[in-house]
Design a protein around this ligand. Structure first.
Ligand SMILES: Nc1ncnc2c1ncn2[C@@H]1O[C@H](COP(=O)(O)OP(=O)(O)OP(=O)(O)O)[C@@H](O)[C@H]1O
Ligand SMILES: [Mg+2]
Length: 224
């Protein structure tokens, strides 16, 4: 069994003045390579917190996160940043594209930080945009694209560094039902064709139905 993600007794306590919020209270979760998992649960149940910890955007206050056999808690800030860049792609509800850059420039941007030469960056970005069906929108800026198109650009950007793991937090949250289903079909396709491991946070059962497996969070714990 090839486990890409392993969260062990994961806890996250946020300090709020003199009080605490226990967002996660001992979450155990394993995801195998090539799996497509949906993380569901009510608002405030800890979904985004789990995703941020697995992605190395935040650190747990208890427990461990292992990605590809590396325990993130044991790494310093620089190693964590490099790990994120090399192993994880992120997709967010609000797309988070840079408004002044074209689609191809947005997708190529992460490769700048990895020291890939400009020509190769743009070539790889162009190929990926073609892969997600945006070959005709290469020089459009985000404001000139529909919501679904912007999310495709964001997905292409997430994949440009060849991550093993794609993390998506409510990727269809700002899209209508039809466009949302198209985005999920695209993610499913990438999952199957590239053996990409996908973890999608959603509160929409229709979105979750694209997954191989559904994990439900409630009050900071996995519901069994
Ligand atoms: N930075 C923070 N400081 C304090 N409390 C936080 C912080 N981030 C999250 N929380 C709290 O932790 C709990 C879990 O939050 P989280 O964002 O993971 O929920 P969620 O399941 O993603 O909800 P939603 O579906 O609304 O996005 C919530 O009660 C939230 O208020
Ligand atoms: Mg959330």
């Amino acid at each position: 069994m090839d486990v890409v993600v392993r969260a062990v007794d994961l806890a996250r306590r946020f300090k709020m003045g003199n009080a605490f919020v226990d967002a996660l209270r001992g979450v155990d979760l394993s995801i195998e390579r090539g799996e497509f998992v949906a993380l569901v649960g009510p608002s405030g149940s800890g979904k985004s917190t789990v995703l941020n910890l697995i992605g190395g955007l935040d650190r747990p206050t208890g427990g461990e996160v292992w990605i590809d056999g590396v325990e993130l808690g044991a790494t310093d800030e620089r190693t964590l940043t490099r790990h994120r860049r090399e192993h994880v792609g992120f997709v967010f509800q609000t797309f988070n594209l840079l408004p002044r850059l074209t689609a191809v420039e947005n997708v190529a941007l992460p490769l700048m930080f990895s020291g890939v030469p400009r020509r190769e960056r743009l070539d790889r970005a162009r190929t990926l945009l073609e892969n997600v069906g945006l070959g005709q929108r290469l020089t459009h800026r985000p404001g000139q694209l529909s919501g679904g198109e912007q999310q495709r650009v964001a997905i292409a950007r997430a994949l440009v560094g060849h991550p093993a793991l794609l993390l998506a937090d409510e990727p269809t949250g700002n899209l209508d039902t039809t466009t949302g289903a198209e985005i999920m079909a695209l993610l499913k396709n990438l999952n199957q064709e590239r053996q990409l491991t996908v973890l999608v946070v959603t509160h929409d059962p229709e979105v979750a139905s694209f997954a191989d497996r559904i994990v439900t969070l409630r009050d900071g714990r996995v519901q069994t």
